[in-house]
Every structure is written in C-alpha cells, then in structure tokens.
Design a protein around this ligand. Structure first.
Ligand code: GTP
Length: 599
C-alpha cells in the first residue's frame, strides 16, 4: 500500500490559483458533493477566507483512480504563500516527497515562489512545474517556461498547463503526480516515529495534531509518547480530512493524518516534535524543523485589565500551532499589564491580533511594532532590546546594533529606477543585479526596521503590483540610532517610544507630535504633547481644551438621540487607554508608523 501513497504540496505565489486547483483535485477525487464544493474548502479559518490567503498548513487525503486503473492515496499538504510565513512552508514540505510549482501563466514567477521552490529542492523534493490560468488571453506559457528555467533553474520544457478555473488539464496533473513523485520511504515494521507537522487546540478534544508517519504505524488505543516532554498519552482517535474529517483505525507508514490523544496541556505536542510508541519507543526523535526567530515585536495589552488572564491563556493556545509567536509579560506605565509579543512580520502580527480578538473575544490595544536591537554597554554587556522604551541611557552605551537583511526583489525592467530609489531611501545598499529576459532580479542589504513597516506596500505600489520580494536575515550591524520619546502633559509615555536613525529622528519626532495632536481627542483641559531625543525637546504641540459637554445639547431632548450619542461615544472609547487624565486612542500608538504615509 505504501507504494500507492503520494505526499505533495503546492508551491504558489498568492493568487496564482492554489486553492482553486486544490478544489479541483477534491472534486475529481470525489471528496465532496457539489454543494459542499461551493465554498473553497482548504482555507478553513475565517480570517483566511476573508483575506483570501492561506496561513495554516492543513492536509487533505484524496483517493485518485489513475488511468492505469489503480487507486492512489494522495495527501495534499497545504502551504501558505505570504513572505511572512515561509517557515511554515518548510514545515509542510518536510512531510512531502513532491511539490507542484504552480505559476500563473499570465503573471510569471514571483520572488516568493522562487524562495519556496529552493526550499523544496533543498529538501530533495521532486518539483513539477504547472502553468495555471492558461484560459486567460494574457497567458504566455512560452515566456513563463523560459523564466522558470532562467530564474529558478529547473527543467520546465515539459511543464504542465492547466486552468484550475475550467478544469482543463487538471486530471493530467494528478497523473503526472503519480508517475513523477516517488512514494514515501520508511520502515512499516520499525518503531513508530511520527513527525508533528501542526498542532492546534480544540475546546472539546484538546490538542489535535497533524502528523506524518515516518516509520512504523500508529493505531487507535495505543499508548504514545511525546519525545520532547517524555509524557505518555492514550490515542483516542486517528483520522484524516477528506476534506471532511474521517476517523480510522490506524495511520500507516508514509501516511499523513490527525491524532487526538486527550492532551489537554497546550504545550503537550509541539510542532516539529516526534511521537513514538510508549511500549517500544524509537531510539531518537526525527530531525525537527528549524526554529524561527521572531523579527518584529510589539506590546499587546487588553483594553480591560480584567482580561489579562484570558489573554495569557489565548496566547498559549495560539502558540501551540504557531511556533513563531513569542510572548513575555510586560508592564507599561501607560498601558498596564500586557505582553511583549514577537512576530515574523507585520502580516503575522495583524493576523495574530485579529485571531485573538475574533476567536477569543479579546479587545486589545497594540503598540507600534519594532525590530529587535542589540545594545552594547560600556561594561561589555550585550542587551537585546525588544521594546524601545528599554533602550538604556546613551551615555552607558558603546554602540547600538540593528538587524540587516538581504532582500531579493524580482521585477520587470521598467521599474528598476523606482525600486532603486525606494531602497536607497530606506538606507539600502545594492549587492547584485541580474537580467532574466524582461525581468530583473536585484539584491539589496537593508535595515530590517525600514522593511517591516511598509516596504512591501510601497514596493507594490511603485511597481504597479509587479515587483515581488522575499528576504532573509543577515547580521546585526552598528548604526547611529537614538531613542525618540513622547511626553504627554509632562509625563513620558513608554508605549510611544521608538528607536530611529539619528538623521531621520527630528523629522519623525515632529511628524509624530503633529499626528498625535490630530489623534488625541480634545479633553476638558489643554493637552501638551512633546517629542524628545534624550533631554532635548524637538517638537511641541497642544490639543486645545474642549469647551462644551458633548451631550449638553441633548439634555431635555429626545432620549433615543441621547442614548445613540452615548453609545457612539462608548464604541469610540473601546480602544482607548487612560493615561493620567488623558485618553489615548489606539491610533496614537500606530502614529509612530505614519511617517511614510505621505507617498
Ligand atoms: N482565469 C482563471 N482564473 C483563475 C484560475 N485559477 C484561479 N483563478 C482565479 O485566481 C484567483 C486566485 O485564486 P486562488 O485559488 O484563491 O489563489 P491562491 O493561490 O489559493 O491564493 P492564496 O490562498 O491567497 O494563496 C481567484 O479569483 C480565482 O478564481 C484559472 O485557471 N483561470
């Protein structure tokens, strides 16, 4: 049976048609009725559906009857397509022997698919190129084939062509998968070793894990051991998604499926860990995944202080299947008790915050995201600064280092000038430039702080959506950085502190003070806003006092109108924090980022 299994992923850039193609596969293999097909099935989280991007790895088992009359078990392991989530791609790929590289035939190769394709090649996967959207009049299969060969360097003459939309050529892809991707290796008689690809918390079942059986088999009722924690658990259920959940008696060697073992502790089955048998344990765990370092940090605080414990629990649950999420308790003079959280990038941060609010009904306020800096003290100590407010007094510091990345940008020639200008403005240095037909690939070294905030959006807008980009961390490098602080009515607001490059700090300080003046609502008294570098005040503005009570004009008037007004005020207040006597809305904390919005 093992030789009739094929485990594969789809590598594609966002919007190149991965979900549509996956739906076609499910349709051909008869996993769902027409009505159930109505909604795209592979993206199951609400947020994914709304944003139309795939975030969490999921797996679907399909039974495909090939032209040779044999039935194959195809396990499609989903991968996310956004630059922030490339670590999840390598996780999904670790469970596969093959990958389909899906490229939109009217768009061509994008940087992210190049990076993910390299990961697949490094992990020894067979990569089958597929050109999608061949139905579009703008499709240029010949150009894209040459581009795949040029940019990625894999043979693409025999690339498959299809339209996931009309279904044309889709069956042929499944045929090629069966003939080109090898079946899983592994010893079915060996001791159990199951790699945890993903784990998530279900309120009724406890921890549910998606695993790939590398050796041995895993049966219902068996006792298993989680190798990192040494704890044993009884397996209550094993099964798979077809895409509806199906329970079965066992997962065999080479298969991918889910395991539920009554694990209630959210840290009980971490991603990348190995499950083995408690009676006959394997000697060693499987090699896990590379641990990822969060690069962007922000403080998250419950608006209502009573929610703090719920917030902690929610973070623990989220972390279970999001190993890149990192958090530590932190206290802020302005915001109270909360957590300093580490994320992979801005999109990751937005998604985590949205999930916390939506799935755990929390109302949160966040500080502006920042990268991690290293501060070298005169005493020879090295400090990691994840919160700008914690940057020590410059007099005690030898130097401050910032993270630098290598950015690979792929773009049509005509945008070279604009992209170069953007990278220079962001303190970048050019490393390489290479032409591939009408496309150019460029490499820049850039300070991460300049990239995390809105580089991606700017890049997209100046290249009319055609440039794509991915990056990797290079090193920490000394830079001339200063702490920019904000005082409201004479008191420092720690949550509004940022670290800026000296050359840019004054301008940013002035901009920030100005932005705050517009954001902070008028109070019954004057509110003085000051921005400072060290002890030097660089900007000062005032929010003038409000003269009248907002509801005053409603007194004695229509009661519903008054209630409406109060409700409106209440809703507006939801995301405010009281600082001394001043109310600071959420937008104020994000004003720190507003410096580039002029373009
Ligand atoms: N014309 C045409 N449109 C297609 C085809 N395949 C997908 N699309 C459309 O392209 C858009 C993106 O398709 P998706 O399947 O959602 O893309 P995706 O790669 O899964 O995107 P993410 O989930 O965000 O990674 C949708 O509007 C599809 O209807 C195709 O073969 N032809």
């Amino acid at each position: 049976m093992q030789d009739h299994i094929r485990n594969f992923s789809i590598i594609a850039h966002i919007d190149h048609g991965k979900s549509t193609l996956a739906d076609r596969f499910i349709q051909i293999c008869g996993g769902l009725s027409e009505r159930e097909m109505a909604a795209q099935v592979l993206d199951s989280m609400d947020i994914e559906r709304e944003r139309g991007i795939t975030i969490k790895a999921q797996a679907v088992r399909l039974n495909y009857t090939a032209d040779n009359g044999e039935t194959y078990q195809l396990n499609l392991i989903d991968t996310p397509g956004h630059v922030d989530f490339s670590y999840e791609v390598s996780r999904s790929l670790a469970a596969c022997e093959g990958a389909l590289l899906v490229v939109d035939a009217s768009q061509g190769v994008e940087a992210q698919s190049v990076a993910n394709c390299y990961t697949a090649i490094e992990q020894d996967l067979d990569v089958v190129p597929v050109l999608n959207k061949i139905d579009l009049p703008a499709a240029e299969p010949e150009r894209v084939i040459t581009q795949i060969e040029d940019v990625i360097g894999i043979e693409a003459r025999d690339a498959l062509t299809c339209s996931a939309k009309t279904g044309l050529g889709v069956r042929e892809i499944l045929e090629q998968l069966v003939s080109r991707v090898p079946p899983p290796q592994g010893n079915p008689q060996g001791e159990l070793q199951a790699l945890i690809i993903d784990s998530w918390f279900d309120n009724y079942l406890g921890v549910v894990s998606l695993v790939r059986i590398v050796n041995g088999r895993l049966a219902k009722g068996e006792k298993i051991r989680v190798m990192s924690t040494g704890q044993s658990h009884q397996v209550d259920h094993v099964g798979y998604a077809s895409p509806k959940r199906v329970l079965c008696d066992a997962l065999e060697c080479g298969e991918v499926g889910i395991v539920i073992a009554g694990i209630k502790n959210v840290d009980g089955a971490p991603v990348g860990d190995t499950l083995t048998s408690a009676e006959q344990p394997a000697q060693a765990p499987l090699p896990g995944f590379q641990l990822v370092q969060p690069r962007v940090f922000a403080g998250l605080y419950p608006v209502d202080a009573d929610d703090f414990e719920d917030f902690r629990e929610a973070l623990q649950k989220l972390r279970l299947n999001d190993s890149a999420l990192n958090f530590e308790p932190e206290t802020s003079g302005a915001l109270g008790f909360g957590f300093r959280c580490g994320f992979l990038g801005m999109l990751h941060m937005e998604i985590v915050q949205e999930r916390l609010e939506r799935e755990y009904s929390l109302n949160l306020i966040s500080t502006a995201p920042t990268v991690v800096y290293k501060a070298m003290t005169r005493g020879g100590e090295e400090l990691e600064v994840e919160n700008p407010a914690e940057l020590p007094d410059p007099a005690t510091l030898e130097s401050v280092l910032e993270p630098v990345i290598l950015a690979r940008i792929l773009l049509p020639q005509e945008f070279i000038g604009a992209v170069m200008q953007l990278c220079m403005e962001k303190r970048g240095t050019q490393r390489k430039m290479q032409y591939h037909g009408s496309q150019v690939s460029m490499e820049f070294e850039l300070p991460l702080a300049e990239v995390v905030l809105n580089f991606f959006d700017r890049l997209k807008s100046i290249s009319r959506g055609f440039a794509s980009f991915e990056y990797e961390f290079l090193r920490f490098e000394p830079a001339d950085l200063v702490k920019l602080e904000v005082m409201i009515n004479g008191d420092k607001v720690d949550a509004l502190a940022t670290i800026a490059h000296r050359a840019d700090a004054e301008r940013r300080g002035r901009q920030l003070a100005e932005a705050l003046r517009e954001i902070i609502p008028r109070q019954m008294f004057d509110v003085a806003i000051q921005a400072s570098i060290g002890s030097r005040i660089i900007a000062r503005t005032t929010v003038k006092a409000l003269r009248k009570n907002v509801t005053a004009k409603c007194y004695g008037g229509d009661a519903t109108r008054k209630r409406k007004l109060l409700e409106k005020q209440k809703a507006g207040k939801k995301r405010m924090k009281q600082f001394g006597k001043v109310e600071i809305p959420q937008d104020a904390f994000m004003a720190v980022l507003s410096r580039d919005q002029k373009d």
